[in-house]
Design a protein around this ligand. Sequence first.
Ligand SMILES: [Zn+2]
Length: 235
Amino acid sequence: MGARLPILTYHKIAPIAKGTIYPGTFVPPSLFEKHLRLLRRRGFVSTRLNSQFGTESEAKPILLTFDDGFQDFADNAWPLLQQYGFGGVVFLVTNHLGGKNDWDINVGDQPAPLMNEATVQKLATEGVEFGSHTLSHPRLATLNDEEQRVELVESLHKLESLGTTPPTICYPYGSYNDSTLQIAREAGYKYGFSTDKGLNDSTTDSMRLKRIAMRHDTSVPSLIYKLWRGFRYDR
Ligand SMILES: [Zn+2]
């Protein structure tokens, strides 16, 4: 990796749902567009996982990631990303394609639809990159090795069957342990995305990439501050 790489984390690009217990997982489309406008104005250029990110002659690379694979990515985020010339990486919960966010619903949150296989395949042909967010969205660090292996290996096989590469894992809830990292490497994953805060460079463990969280209240000044803090203090 050449330049330092900020990786932004989004979940839903949609108006905040009534009754949600996780408002932070929403970024309204109008606010998301303001983010994109700022990033473009500041000269950030989307890098791609497939480009061994950062090694190309990108002065200010950035990666926009979207956890869980919500349908609103296809409906709201991708049209704006295309309009502003950015790419996107979406992490899918492969046992739930075409279903709902049961892992949230089970703790009292509102349902939200997830992209189905046809949508994933269509967006992949349009340039969206996809990675694994496991089979069922567990806290990996709470599982034994065999259970982790099933979550990591079978979700990767599913992604490969959909024709999406390269092998990339995003740990649900940012939960992982030493076994997770070892099993993921053995399974063939090339990159692992955490919720650890900071920027990434050539010294960053590629299986523990750091990210910056975007929320419903990440205003443009707040985004500017988060980027500044990342570049200044690496957190
Ligand atoms: Zn998630």
